[in-house]
Design a protein around this ligand. Structure first.
Ligand code: GLV
Ligand code: MN
Ligand code: MN
Length: 413
């Protein structure tokens, strides 16, 4: 892969984001989930770009697409750069993918000088960050970090396919999964570039930011149960309408989260039996709670639980909550943060903006294995998890410059 001037390299990254966006389950929207045929196709394309950039490539036993260039001598611990290539339903084209393509482009630019590097450089395109298919997020990065839980093999997607079966369908051998686990001594750290997915950089008129930490998150499957009945015949004082109860709880999630400065979202909600003239007897819904600090995140979950108990008592309903995901807040390592800040300064921004990430990232999982830090890139209107997600080619050029500067800073230390 030729080393292009910065602006042309940024154009190439944008074009590749466009190309990856065509690898989707349906042309109507971008959706590419863990271990799908689209995931296989995206891995193949990314592998081709890694090879073009001069990396030695392999797909690990968890479906993560990996590449490596050696440093001063073969076999040195690696600085790992990357992000994920799975998406949410109806996704934008930069969440995850931009970080993978920036990492490949940095590797391509550093490779001619790799014989001077005091570490190897690796790039990873994680197979699952979003958790869209199996409900539990970070399956790719948790495999790499060696924090795999064998209970996950029994997770099922909406078609009833287990994670175990999905591995086999993809051509992966579940028994070989431990070979994807890395050991701390194999790595010097993990760096990820990612769109901010919020408006703080844009509001501050900054292209780039250095991440201080990633918010802690918890996710639940919720069920509110009442009694179905005739929409015309059942008087209000005899109704046990699960959807009205769930709706009250949705409002409570927002109210409590605003009070505590946490972030609570109900993103999925399904009423049963689902007839236009039937009182809903059961509602299945989801809850996602995040906060900069775990204690206030947990307080928020507790208060939502209390609100549910109060609603159920008033409306003769029952409530059940199953926790399906928990990730504690993860702190970026100060020495890697400093390197990212130095990378941003090398682009002409003398006082890089620092901010914490409200969104989750692979660094949460990788932090169990090695130090990590993140570079944020401004995105239009802070919009993400939506097809309108957008970045400018100028910001991508600045991000590439800063990310490469970060690697050079670390190499010089
Ligand atoms: C991942 O994008 C998340 O923060 O949910
Ligand atoms: Mn995302
Ligand atoms: Mn992401």
């Amino acid at each position: 892969m030729t080393t292009l001037p910065l602006a042309a390299a940024a154009e190439r990254i944008m074009a590749r984001c466009d190309e990856l966006a065509t690898i989707t389950v349906t042309p109507e929207r971008l959706e590419r989930v863990h271990l799908s045929p689209e995931h296989r196709a995206a891995n193949d394309v990314v592998e081709g770009w890694m090879r073009e950039a001069g990396l030695t490539t392999w797909q690990d036993a968890a479906g993560n697409q990996c590449g490596r260039i050696e440093g001063r001598v073969d076999g040195l611990p690696a600085l790992l750069l990357g992000s994920h290539i799975d998406t949410v339903p109806d996704a934008g084209r930069y969440d995850g993918m931009l970080g993978v393509l920036l990492a490949i482009e940095v590797a391509s630019r550093v490779r001619p000088h790799a014989s001077a590097l005091p570490f190897a450089l690796e790039v990873v395109a994680f197979s699952d960050e979003e958790g869209t298919r199996f409900g539990t997020a970070l399956l790719g990065s948790r495999a790499l970090a060696g924090t795999w839980d064998d209970a996950w093999w029994e997770l099922r997607d909406s078609d009833g396919i287990s994670l175990f079966e999905a591995f086999q369908d993809f051509g992966l051998d579940p028994a070989r999964l431990p070979s994807a686990f890395r050991r701390p001594e194999q790595l010097v750290g993990y760096l990820e570039a990612h769109i901010e997915q919020g408006p703080h950089l844009e509001d501050a008129d900054r292209a780039l930011g250095v991440v201080t930490s990633i918010a802690g998150a918890r996710r639940f499957s919720l069920t509110m149960t009442g009694h179905a009945g005739h929409a015309g015949g059942t008087p209000y004082d005899r109704r046990r309408d699960a959807l009205v109860g769930a709706s009250e709880l949705v409002i409570a999630v927002e109210t409590i989260s605003k009070e505590l400065d946490t972030i609570g979202t109900v993103g999925k909600l399904q009423a049963y039996p689902g007839g236009v003239n039937v009182i809903p007897g059961r509602v299945d819904f989801s809850l996602d709670v995040r906060a900069e600090h775990d204690a206030v995140r947990d307080e928020c979950c507790q208060r939502i639980q209390e609100a549910a108990a109060d609603i159920c008592a008033r409306r003769s309903l029952e409530f059940d909550a199953i926790e399906i995901y928990r990730a504690d807040a993860a702190q970026c390592a100060p020495h890697l943060r400093d390197a990212i800040a130095a990378g941003i300064r090398s682009t002409g921004d003398d006082a890089p903006m620092a901010l914490y990430s409200r969104a989750g990232h692979d660094g949460v999982a990788v932090s169990a294995l090695t130090d990590f830090a993140m570079l944020f890139v401004r995105c239009a209107g802070g919009v993400s998890h939506h097809p309108d997600e957008a970045v400018t080619v100028e910001d991508v050029a600045a991000a590439l410059d800063a990310f490469e500067g970060t690697v050079r800073e670390l190499a010089a230390r």
